[in-house]
Every structure is written in C-alpha cells, then in structure tokens.
Design a protein around this ligand. Structure first.
Ligand code: 5GP
Length: 196
C-alpha cells in the first residue's frame, strides 16, 4: 500500500538495524484516516471469506482490528497479555507468545465465550516479524476448533521468519507493506511491491 510505505519513509524511525518505530502514526499516536484506508484494503482482500470474527492481540493490534471489524460488521476480540482475575482458569484459551521487541514471554488469554467452532477468524496485527504473536493467536483459534481464514498485517518485516512459519500452515497472509531490510537503519521495501 503506497500510502503506508510513504508514511513509513517520512515518519518511521529505524533502530538497531531491525526495529521500526512507528509510534507517531500506527501504535501510540494513531492516524485514524490511514487506519481506515488500511482496513478497506483488508476488507477487499478477504470479503468473500465469510469471516465471523476479527482476532488480534493487545495493545497495538486493537486499532487496526476494530476498523476491520467495523467494515465486516462482525465482533473484534483481542487476546489479553495477562489473565484478568475475573476470568476462571478453565474458561480461557491460552498460548505462549515471545515478544521480539520486549524480549519477554507472555501467556496470552482469550475467554472461551468469544470464539467457537463455527467461527471463521481473520487475524489482524500491526507487525509480522518472527510470527510468534500470529502463531499464538492461531493456536487459540485451534483450541476453539474454529478456523483461521487469513492474516492481515500492516507492516511485514520480510527478512524475519514470520511469513514462512504462517504459510507453512497454509494460511493466506495479506501484508500492506513489506520490508526487505532495515540494514544501516534504512528502510528498503520488497521490490515487487513498488508499483502497488
Ligand atoms: P512477532 O511475534 O511476529 O515476532 O512480532 C510481532 C509483534 O512484535 C507485533 O505485535 C509488534 O507489536 C512487535 N514488533 C515486532 N517487530 C517490530 C518492529 O520493528 N517495530 C514495532 N513497533 N513493533 C514490532
């Protein structure tokens, strides 16, 4: 998506040759107009899939996911990174997710009430790096005996393993912006995306 690539170049900052900071428009201060435009692309891509639920992980997945859910007219569910005391142990789906940027492992939690075997789930997240967040969400969908019909990502870091690990599970990924390299703290996009 051209607009997102332009924002990454003008407003993004690269750290340590591998982390892209986008907190002025994607995940701290949020550009709502851009979020809606991105949600429309996911809607067009997945609109024939009879999606019944959008699933993401707190916190930065929530903004894009709610926009997408609004277009599909289905509920959005977000996995919590710790279990609220109001949820009973046996009433939740859980998965382990190692956070690449924070270097911690969280047990992510979704109440059993909100995903069931009839659900066709679209997973949305801001970044795809090593794929751990998305794989954890897919594990929760599996526990619910529901189906993951696709994954929508705002920024894919294609030089990490995430895409391959998800494609190995035969799940379709739509990434709005694919980064080939952040070497020398400089953003290089996948050449194949230049015209889109
Ligand atoms: P993964 O689980 O695919 O390794 O990483 C995905 C999660 O890590 C995303 O939910 C995102 O919050 C965070 N993340 C990974 N790489 C980056 C990055 O370069 N910049 C930012 N802002 N977040 C990232």
């Amino acid at each position: 998506m051209k607009l997102l690539r332009e924002m990454v170049v003008t407003d993004g900052k690269v750290y340590d040759n591998n982390v892209l900071k986008v907190d002025s428009f994607l995940n701290h201060q949020i550009d709502a107009t851009l979020m809606l435009e991105m949600a429309k692309v996911f809607y067009e891509y997945f609109k024939d899939e009879k999606i019944t639920k959008i699933l993401t992980i707190e916190a930065s997945g929530i903004a894009p996911a709610i926009m997408v859910a609004n277009l599909f007219k289905v509920p959005m569910v977000f996995a919590k990174k710790s279990k609220p005391s109001t949820l009973k142990d046996n009433a939740v789906f859980t998965a382990q997710v190692h956070s690449y940027t924070k270097n911690v492992t969280n047990t992510i939690v979704v109440s059993e009430k909100f995903i069931n075997e009839e659900d066709k789930v679209l997973i949305i997240d801001d970044f795809l790096a090593n794929g751990q967040a998305v794989l954890g969400l897919m594990e929760i969908v599996n526990q619910a005996r529901a189906t993951t019909v696709g994954v929508g990502i705002l920024v894919e870091k294609s030089f990490q393993d995430g895409r391959k690990l998800i494609e190995d599970k035969q799940v379709n990924i739509c990434s709005l912006c694919r980064i080939a390299s952040l070497e020398n703290n400089e953003v290089k996009f996948n050449i194949a995306d230049d015209e889109k």
